[in-house]
Design a protein around this ligand. Structure first.
Ligand SMILES: *[C@@H]1O[C@H](CO)[C@@H](O)[C@H](O)[C@H]1NC(C)=O
Ligand SMILES: *[C@@H]1O[C@H](CO)[C@@H](O)[C@H](O)[C@H]1NC(C)=O
Ligand SMILES: *[C@@H]1O[C@H](CO)[C@@H](O)[C@H](O)[C@H]1NC(C)=O
Length: 719
């Protein structure tokens, strides 16, 4: 802990006056390298133990780990990442909080911070002499599976004269062995240095590989290799070894001795770091750029009980490259190609759908959502595995995949199939002996071993509805009717469960399980009824006309009865209740979104209008409470509701959430559960979760079936 304790003391003693501007907002935590359940490094910002948004002076943290607790401490565990620079012989820190033999180099001052969907950019002022552009890019290429399969992040550093004069500059950056194992549990880390095809890489890995082990308490991957790379050149020097030794070499000499420390050891034993130094020469008004990459490479990624029994599923990148280094070199050289395209698309679409406040939300959410998934399998049979993150380590949680679905549906709907496939495969192989859908594919990512005894968290109504709605949404966006035929039997089985259970829901959990069990949940019933109507459309598309008529008839009968029990007509203004028996209750009716997403036209417009009128009357400073049980809300469900609300109510939801991002005191990576009155996080594990993909709810409605086709379907299949 030594250097981190010193760093903490240093941070406490030094008043860092932040003159930095933040654009489009000052988020609770800034994504630095957020690309998979194992590459999830953030800069905490919020005032309850954060950096204030300054990259210099604070260690980056791993936030896909457990909730704050005994292992990680009050914050996420440190993933050491340090940046130093010498300008005209004077040393400065531009990243992290290194303390070297009692000396902490002066922090550079930060002019500004800006984020886009895949980029975090810090502009820094080094003593008025040079300006640094420090940019982290975790690329998003949802329609390019080859590139998306690489678990890698770019760090681009550009230095230019600020005062017009030339300055002698040496640049330094290192990563620590904490990336291999962010909690200090004594496992020995090994490392090596190689140069191949012009790319210099420090490789580090756990000496005793423990495949498919990424369990609580640390949630780190205890197998696979990490690569920290830059361009090999005559002006670059390197070293691996104890943090103090390596950093002191740079501070004293501006170069590194090109030596290796082969005393492999636990990460907290003289903290091993992996460093590069670049002599940039005399830097004038032409920017000098240095590019680093960090890549995580696992050959096997997932242990899966699928159609062929228990098998090891490879990472998808192994279909494109035969070695780790070949992938690393491709990624390094690819910087110029891909960066920027998605930023533009997401920005144009977000602005059109909800204005700048909406873009503030979506652009902070994109990396977080994609950072919870991994492309696996082969090009012939890809899978997208998802980790619930923070609330627990479940794999392929159906009621997490469901709220996250909008970003995948919007950015490339085939990804929704790759998310659903493992769930279908496991259950269709007969590995889940219940008539309802399973909750998840296993308690511990990456072991997708299912629940062969039929256990798992009990949310039967929730998950049946989720599977039906998600499957139809995918098929509608892609025209993949064969997929519906392929899974017809089990979809119909789950619909049978809904027919029995949806109208009068038993005392049970919904996805919002932190609120506890409740009977007759209005919103849960609505999901089930929409699920039944979704099955009617599935039956119609697959030529099962009798089923189509039957399920449509049931869904329409149910929705009429539901309205009788759900609407509090005596309230002013009227609204739906949280549960049928409590006329003083209310909640966000977010499952109504499914009706619009699928173009079902099942629920009368009057219900949409009524809720739109109601929500502003109960809005708090930072949003609308999830329900009457407390003042918390869920950001994902707020955006689901916004997507189907009137223009003014939509704007209200969006502006309150954007304001929350900018002002919340929490330092937790986009916590989806928060207090609508104080803006603080709700005391629970809701950090860096994939449900941020639900913030794309407005965009996922693009491509929904049109009003005309809705009407036709509704008419044809109403009994
Ligand atoms: C900083 O660098 C990134 C990556 O090259 C670039 O996209 C961004 O526009 C730069 N920002 C500024 C303000 O120069
Ligand atoms: C309609 O579906 C329900 C639930 O699956 C089933 O019990 C019933 O027999 C079906 N009716 C017809 C006419 O197919
Ligand atoms: C649930 O609603 C039904 C229909 O209104 C009612 O008969 C039943 O008593 C309710 N259950 C509870 C626990 O209130």
């Amino acid at each position: 802990m030594k250097s981190h304790l010193l760093a903490a003391a240093f941070a406490a003693l030094t008043t860092v006056v932040s003159g930095s501007t933040f654009s489009p907002a000052r988020p609770p935590a800034i994504p630095l390298a957020v690309k998979s359940p194992y590459m999830s490094t953030w800069l905490e910002v919020g005032s309850d133990g954060g950096s204030g948004g300054n990259l210099a002076g604070y260690w980056p943290r791993f936030w896909a780990g457990p909730q704050p607790g005994p292992v990680a401490g009050p914050n996420g565990a440190v993933t050491g990442w340090a940046g130093l620079v010498k300008v005209d012989g004077t040393s400065y820190t531009w990243m992290g909080a290194p303390v070297v033999n009692g000396v902490a180099p002066t922090l550079v001052s930060q002019d500004s911070f800006e984020y886009t969907s895949q980029r975090s950019t810090f502009i820094m002022n080094v003593a008025g002499k040079v300006t640094m552009n420090v940019t982290f890019i975790s690329p998003l290429t949802p329609t390019d599976l080859k590139r998306q399969s690489v678990i890698g992040t770019y760090l681009s550093v550009s230095v230019v004269s600020r005062d017009g004069a030339t300055h002698s500059v040496q640049l330094y950056a290192d990563t620590s062995a904490e990336w291999v194992n962010p909690t200090h549990n004594g496992d020995v880390v090994q490392w090596s240095y190689t140069v191949e095809n012009g790319v210099a890489s420090h490789k580090s890995f756990q000496q005793t590989q423990s495949e498919f082990n990424a369990d609580f308490p640390d949630d780190a991957a205890h197998w696979g290799n990490w690569y920290w790379s830059t361009a090999a050149s005559s002006s670059m020097t390197y070293q691996n070894g104890a943090d103090v030794t390596v950093r002191q070499n740079f501070l004293s000499n501006g170069v590194l001795p090109n030596t290796q420390d082969t005393n492999y050891r636990a990460i907290s034993n003289s903290w091993p770091v992996f460093a590069f130094a670049n002599a940039l020469g005399n830097v004038g008004t032409t920017p000098v750029k240095t590019l680093y990459t960090i890549v995580h490479a696992q050959t096997n990624a997932i242990y899966f009980d699928g159609a062929n029994g228990l098998t090891a599923v490879p990472s998808l990148w192994t279909s494109y490259w035969t070695t780790d280094l070949a992938m690393v070199e491709f990624f390094y050289g690819d910087f110029v190609n891909k960066v920027g395209a998605i930023d533009h698309t997401f920005a144009v679409d977000s602005l059109a759908a909800g204005g700048q406040d909406y873009l503030t939300i979506t652009s902070l959410s994109a990396r977080q959502a994609f950072g919870a998934v991994q492309l696996c399998g082969t090009t012939a049979k890809p899978y997208l595995f998802l980790k619930e993150i923070s609330s627990d380590g479940n794999i392929q949680t159906v009621d997490v995949l469901f709220p996250a679905m909008p970003i995948f549906l919007y950015s490339n709907p085939i990804l929704v199939k790759y998310l659903l496939d493992p769930l279908f495969e496991n259950q269709e192989a007969g590995n889940f002996p219940q008539t309802y859908s399973m909750h998840d594919l296993g308690p511990n990512y990456p072991r997708a071993i299912g629940h062969p005894t039929g256990d798992g968290e009990y949310m039967p109504l929730e998950e049946c509805g989720n599977m039906l709605i998600t499957t139809l949404a995918y098929a509608q966006r892609t025209g993949d009717t064969a997929y519906l035929t392929q899974h017809y039997k089990i979809l119909k089985q789950w619909t049978g469960y809904l027919v029995q259970e949806a109208l009068i829901p038993a005392n049970q959990l919904s996805t919002d399980d932190f609120q506890g069990q409740l009977a007759n949940q209005t919103n849960l019933a609505l999901k089930g009824i929409i699920g039944i109507q979704a099955m009617s459309v599935i039956a119609q598309k697959t030529g099962n006309t009798a089923d189509a008529t039957n399920f449509s008839s049931i869904a329409h009968s149910y929705i009429n009865q539901w309205q009788q029990m759900a609407v509090v007509t005596t309230a002013s203004p009227p609204h739906t209740n949280l549960d049928y028996q409590d006329s003083s209750s209310h909640g966000l009716l977010y499952n109504l979104y499914g009706d619009k997403l699928l173009g079902l036209n099942l629920v009368p417009q009057s219900i949409y209008d009524m809720q739109s009128t109601f929500y502003p009357t109960i809005a708090q400073t930072y949003g609308v409470p999830l329900d009457t049980r407390n003042v918390f809300t869920k950001s994902d469900w707020e955006m689901w509701v916004a997507a189907i609300s009137s223009a003014s109510t939509k704007t209200m939801f969006i502006s309150k959430l954007a304001n929350w991002i900018n002002t919340t005191p929490t330092n937790r990576a986009f916590t989806d559960l928060y207090n609508t009155q104080t803006g603080d996080f709700a005391d629970g594990p809701f950090i860096a979760r994939p449900v941020a993909g639900g913030h794309f709810a407005l965009l996922a409605l693009n491509g929904a079936p049109t009003a005309a086709s809705e009407k036709r379907e509704a008419k044809e299949f109403r009994a």
